[in-house]
Design a protein around this ligand. Structure first.
Ligand SMILES: [Zn+2]
Length: 317
């Protein structure tokens, strides 16, 4: 597969969002193996103080529409597009979401930050308490349009800039969102203000404590999603970010997911110029490879080495 020979993206240098320093060492380098949005090579650096892995330099905001092209999966994760994979993932995600909602009052207010096309909100509306108020936020115009089409309440913009009521929400989700953000610390502080005292924030994100990171971090690790994942956490760095932004860590563990494994193999095949038919066996539409790596990651999860970190943070009462 040939990369699009387009002009390079504008890149900006950044510091660790937790330590606000740049005492780092390189850990990995790679290209946009999934969407070929540019011919650039990107560098993942690891902070020597907190362990955060972050893209540096990274695209500036002017490159947003290029690095999230129209066929980006979070804009239309639907049964029509993804069939069987959609059904299986919906069932699993609904169970996980409802688990997080245990004990919520009938008048609870729930916010999904980085809601994409509204996948998680639709599940909460379908399977959750009908009297809950559900709201989403997303930066991307196309994602917000998709979510609104399903009749959801979605605010467009960043959580720092939209005026929402403070001390009003019982629960907030950031599911595979934090790794995409420009300023994760400012976003967490803003969410803390919106939550009621004792309110919870659930964060799910790729884990650099995972088994596959250790083996594929030099380039092909699926969790990099070069150049869309800007901050990648492990248990230590996520705990440090929570403390920096005024949250208590109620629980921190991992959950299984086949996605990074599938992308890792996909990226390796793309880089080695494998045949297209084989590369196509390793995408988010490949039920077989997703199933195989689900089984593998369920086993790793038993050893607390699942692909994703799952943190429950609490705003102090
Ligand atoms: Zn750091």
């Amino acid at each position: 597969m040939e990369y699009i020979k387009s002009k390079p993206l504008n890149l900006v240098h950044v510091q660790c969002c937790i330590c606000e320093s740049d005492d780092t060492e390189p850990v990995g380098t790679g290209k946009d193996f999934e969407y070929n949005s540019s011919a650039d090579t990107f560098l993942a650096m690891r902070c020597n103080t907190c362990g955060l892995v972050y893209l540096n330099p990274r695209p500036d905001i002017s490159g947003f529409e290029r690095i999230y092209p129209a066929n980006y999966h979070a804009f239309d994760f639907s049964e029509k597009e993804f069939g069987f994979v959609y059904k299986v993932r919906s069932g699993l995600e609904a169970k996980r979401l409802l688990n997080c909602c245990k004990g919520l009052a009938a008048d609870a207010r729930i916010l999904d930050v980085g809601c994409g096309d509204g996948f998680h909100l639709r599940l909460l509306r379908q399977y959750g308490n009908k009297s809950w108020t559900l709201e989403g936020i997303d930066f991307d115009k196309r994602a917000v349009e998709m979510a609104k089409k399903s009749g959801l309440i979605v605010h467009r913009g960043s959580v720092e800039s939209i005026e929402l009521p403070q001390n009003a929400y019982d629960l907030a989700f950031m599911i595979q969102t934090i790794e995409h953000l420009e300023k994760p610390d400012e976003v967490l502080r803003s969410i803390r203000k919106l939550l009621k005292p004792g309110g919870k924030l659930i964060i799910v994100t790729d884990s650099t404590d995972a088994f596959d990171f250790r083996f594929f971090k030099r380039s092909y690790w699926g969790g990099y999603h070069f150049p869309r994942h800007w901050s990648l956490f492990n248990q230590n760095s996520l705990t440090m970010l929570a403390k920096k932004t005024g949250f208590e860590v109620a629980s921190l563990g991992t959950q299984y997911s086949p996605v990074n494994w599938v992308y890792t193999i996909h990226n390796w095949l793309v880089a080695k110029k494998g045949p297209a038919w084989l590369i196509n066996q390793f995408t988010l539409k490949s039920a077989f490879s997703l199933s195989v790596f689900t089984v593998l990651d369920i086993i790793l999860q038993k050893f607390r080495k699942g692909a994703l970190l799952r943190a429950i943070l609490r705003k102090p009462s």
